[in-house]
Structures are given as structure tokens and as C-alpha cells.
Design a protein around this ligand. Structure first.
Ligand code: ASP
Length: 519
């Protein structure tokens, strides 16, 4: 419908078919551009690979070609810090303790149940398909560091409380196990009491700082600061205003980056395809492994999550998913749920009309701890490695895999291939060789893109569900705010000040029309 106003008369004129098509294209232009970019990236990448002498493409050429893609990654990552801080703080500061507590509980219950469901789905599929028992030999290369599950858990909790907030923007704490040598006397001959000094080595774990943003620490700090600001009432209002404005400004920057993203996606995808290992060397086992992970991710993303959403909200999950397409494509292109966060928030707020307070609270936390795709992949990969090694896992060990895979997914950062690193926790827990991570290294970049998209989809459905369940609490807060506002207006009017004081960005207008300073 087109609304035309002429001489004060409003008429609704139906759109013609071409107008309708144009309207749809306009509304979905960025999605269309992203899909085209993805296709161009794949075609260009494969064309270069199949061209004569592509093997001679030096690393330098690939490095130059990736430049526009690197820029996109940088722009998205640059927004993570202001976005997480401003979103979580302004959301919590605008809610009361009861509402934010309920919202947080709902989100955590959703995160844990869906992550665990993903793990179970992965385990069922890998036990049924048994990719590790199919023919073919895969070569092992490289090695990886072992991490004790308990130490990994300590790291997770330790990182929730960074000792330096500024440093947590670029470094986190990690337990690193070194060895130290010591000597002890050994008695060689009991009768003559001959003693020599024996050399021993022992392990010594230590906390060290490693490169990478400690998002978890920033999230925890923001949650507490937001809650404290909420409890401060009027005294906290300037801070709330500040973080709200910062959020709006960051989202405006996000829009600019989104318009650049199709260009970045072309180069990110094509260079990845150019530099990937020759698919001919991917053996049958790995092929089945890939199929198992992809089938699991598809089942979780296309069946489990939409059904959970449908049951919880009675709304159409397909429309919800379609509205998230921009974020899902960005997740696929960047393989990073943290880098996708700005786009995820944009889709939630503007396309799915999720209450801004919910989107600001649930999406950043989800991007940090809720990783269904990663959890599913870690469980499949661990059992696959056991199968390749001919190790049968007992029921107890399968349960250990499911629990540690859930924990490892929570601990994984939202950056490319983070799941591969935290997988050592799962492998160590069931006594499998951690260097066998190298078995699946060659195709990890590919699976990473799919699992990141499922991670983002899980976060988004979570926001949709929490939004639906929190409607009553949020409208209660709105109602209370309205009452408070009305009360303040009455008081102000009684004091001889007009209503403009509260609407006019804190400027007050006195009865005789002068604009004064803030109340
Ligand atoms: N790349 C994933 C993400 O950012 C994490 C992973 O490696 O599984 O969500």
C-alpha cells in the first residue's frame, strides 16, 4: 500500500507488482548482496584453484588478496568492546533486579539445555555413523598442548574476574604447565650407604597472560556494573544515559560496517578456498566425519532449535530465521560469533523486533558462552578420534565427553577455530592423545563456518525466547516507569516547571519559556 496525502485526504493505493518487487529488493538488499558476495567468493576461489599453476600462488599473493577481508574482520572486532559494554550495562541498568534476574535465569536455562541437546545429537550421530571406523588412513601432523580439565575450569572462572579491566580488552589468563628439574639423593647400596644425586623433573602449572580478548571478564564486569547502576536509582541515571547513547552510536557504526561486509566476504571466502589443502587428500574417514558434523549441525539448527522456539513462543521460526539471515551469512563468512555480534544485534533489534533490553542483555552473553555448534562438534570430534585410535569408550566416558564438551564450548572464545583449542580439554578428560587434534585440522576451517552460524542461530533463538517469556516483566517495568514519570511531571508542575524538562534531553524550560540547565 502506498499512502498519498492530498488536500488533507489520505488514500491507500495498492502497489503494483513491480513496485512490490522493488520494495522487497530494497528491504533485503544487503542480504541479496551478501549472498551474491558469497557466491562470487566461492566461484573466484575455485577458479583460481583450478587455473593452471595455482599451486604456485605464493603466500604473499594470498596475503594481499585477503586484505579487504582483513579489513572487515578488523572493523567487526573493533565494535565488540564498545558494543558488549554498552549493551549489557544499559540493558541491566534500565531493569530492576527482579526482572534482570528472571531474564538471566531464563537465558542460562536455555543456553545449558540447548547446548546439552546439541552434544547429545552429536554423540548419537557419531555413534551411529561411526566415521572413525570407515576405511582410509589420515596423517597426523603437528602437535597440540595438553590442558587438564580442572585447570581449564579454573581458567574459565579466573577469567571472569580480571585483575585489570583494561588489560582484559586484549589479554586473558591461561594456565601453562612447565617442567622444573630437581635433584634428590638416591641410596645405591644399602650396606655401604652409597648415595648419588638423582635428577627428577616435575610439572609446575603457572598462570600466564596470553593474547586474546577476555570477553568473559568484560561481560561479568558489565553485568555487575549494570545491576549496581540500576540499584542507584536517579543517581545512576547519567551513567545509564551515557551507555544507552554509546549503544545507539555503536549500532549506527555497525550499519556502516554491514554495508561494507559483502566486499569483505568475497575476499575472506575466496582466499580461504585458495589456500585450503587439496580436497583429494581428504580421506574417506574425514569425509564421513565432516558429514556427521554437518548432519548434526543441520538437525540442531533446522529442527531442534526451531521446534524449541515454536513451542516456547508459538511464533513462526522460519520467519525468525529469515530475519537473522544477515547475521548467519556474516557468521559463515567470518567464522567468529564475536565478530558477528554487531550484525546479530542489528537483526534482533531491527528485523525481529526483539525488545531492545532483551537483545542488549542476551545477545552479547550468548555470543560469549552459548555455543551449540561448537559443543556438538567437540563431542563428535572426540569420539571420532577415539574411533580412529580403535579405543572403545565406556558409557561413563561418553558421559564425560558430553559434560566436558558442554564446558569446553562455554569456555571457547567466539573467534575462528577456538573450538579446536578447547577440544584438548575433552580429549584429556577421556585419556585420548591431544596431538590427534591434527587429524581434523585440515578441514576445521570449513566446519568452523557452519558451527559458528549455528552458534549465532542459537543465540538469536535464545533472545527470541527470552523476549517472549519476559514480556510481562518488561511491561510491568514500563508501567512503573510511566507512573514514576507521571509523578515526577506532577511534582515538576507543582514546582512551576513544565514537562519539557524531562523530554528535552534534560534541559528544563521555565514557565516564561527560558531554557535552563539540567534539573
Ligand atoms: N568459531 C566459533 C565461533 O566463533 C568457535 C569455534 O571455533 O567453534 O563461534
Amino acid at each position: 500500500m502506498v499512502t498519498v496525502t492530498k488536500d488533507g485526504v489520505t488514500r491507500n493505493i495498492p502497489m503494483t507488482t513491480s513496485q512490490k518487487i522493488l520494495h522487497h529488493i530494497k528491504a533485503n538488499l544487503i542480504i541479496i548482496l551478501m549472498v551474491i558476495a558469497l557466491a562470487i567468493g566461492v566461484i573466484a576461489g575455485l577458479t583460481v584453484r583450478t587455473a593452471d599453476g595455482w599451486e604456485y600462488w605464493q603466500k604473499r599473493k594470498i596475503f594481499y588478496l585477503r586484505f579487504p577481508g582483513d579489513l572487515l574482520m578488523n572493523m567487526l572486532k573493533m565494535l565488540i568492546l564498545p558494543l558488549i559494554i554498552s549493551s549489557i550495562i544499559s540493558s541491566l541498568a534500565s531493569l530492576n533486579a527482579k526482572a534482570s534476574g528472571k531474564m538471566g535465569l531464563r537465558a542460562v536455562v536455555y543456553y545449558l539445555t540447548t547446548t546439552f541437546a546439541a552434544v547429545i545429537m552429536g554423540i548419537i550421530l557419531v555413534l551411529a555413523i561411526e566415521p572413525g571406523k570407515k576405511g582410509g588412513e589420515i596423517t597426523r601432523s603437528g602437535s597440540s598442548k595438553e590442558q587438564e580439565p580442572l585447570e581449564a575450569l579454573f581458567d574459565l572462572i579466573r577469567n571472569c574476574f580480571p585483575d585489570n579491566l583494561v588489560e582484559s580488552a586484549f589479554r586473558r589468563q591461561t594456565t601453562v604447565t612447565g617442567t622444573f628439574k630437581y635433584q634428590l639423593p638416591i641410596t645405591l647400596d644399602d650396606e655401604n650407604k652409597t648415595e648419588v644425586m638423582g635428577n627428577y623433573t616435575s610439572e609446575s602449572p603457572n598462570v600466564e597472560k596470553s593474547e586474546g580478548m577476555n570477553i568473559l571478564g568484560i561481560v561479568v564486569f558489565s553485568v555487575f556494573l549494570g545491576a549496581v547502576i540500576a540499584s542507584m536509582g536517579h543517581a545512576g541515571k547519567p551513567l545509564l544515559d551515557f551507555f544507552e547513547a554509546l549503544h545507539v552510536a555503536t549500532m549506527k557504526l555497525t550499519m556502516l560496517v554491514i554495508w561494507y561486509s559483502p566486499i569483505g566476504i568475497i575476499f575472506l571466502v575466496s582466499t580461504k578456498l585458495i589456500e585450503m589443502e587439496n580436497p583429494g587428500t581428504i580421506f574417506i574417514q574425514l569425509g564421513y566425519y565432516m558429514l556427521t558434523v554437518l548432519a548434526g549441525l543441520a538437525a540442531h539448527g533446522l529442527i531442534v532449535l526451531p521446534v524449541v522456539y515454536l513451542i516456547a513462543t508459538r511464533k513462526n521460526p522460519l520467519i525468525f530465521m529469515y530475519n537473522m539471515l544477515k547475521a548467519l551469512l556474516t557468521a559463515w563468512g567470518t567464522a567468529s560469533s564475536s565478530a558477528t555480534l554487531p550484525v546479530t544485534m542489528e537483526c534482533l533489534e531491527h528485523r525481529n523486533n526483539i525488545d531492545i533490553r532483551v537483545a542488549k542483555f542476551v545477545a552479547p552473553i550468548g555470543a560469549t558462552i552459548n555455543m551449540d555448534g561448537t559443543a556438538l562438534y567437540e563431542a563428535v570430534a572426540a569420539i571420532f578420534i577415539a574411533q580412529v585410535n580403535g579405543v572403545g569408550l565406556s558409557i561413563g566416558e561418553v558421559i564425560t565427553v558430553s559434560l566436558t564438551a558442554t564446558a569446553a564450548a562455554i569456555g571457547a572464545a567466539g573467534i575462528p577455530s577456538a573450538g579446536l583449542v578447547t577440544m584438548t580439554i575433552v580429549l584429556t578428560a577421556v585419556g585420548l592423545p591431544t596431538e590427534d587434534v591434527s587429524l581434523i585440522l585440515a578441514i576445521d576451517w570449513f566446519l568452523d563456518r557452519f558451527r559458528t552460524a549455528i552458534n549465532v542461530l542459537g543465540d538469536s533463538f535464545g533472545a527470541g525466547i527470552v523476549d517472549h517469556l519476559s514480556k510481562a516483566d518488561l511491561s510491568e517495568i514500563d508501567h512503573l516507569n510511566e507512573l514514576e514519570m507521571a509523578e515526577e511531571t506532577t511534582k515538576a508542575e507543582e514546582a512551576g516547571i513544565t514537562n519539557t524538562a524531562f523530554v528535552n534531553g534534560g534541559m528544563k524550560e521555565t514557565e516564561n519559556g527560558e531554557i535552563g540547565s539540567r534539573l
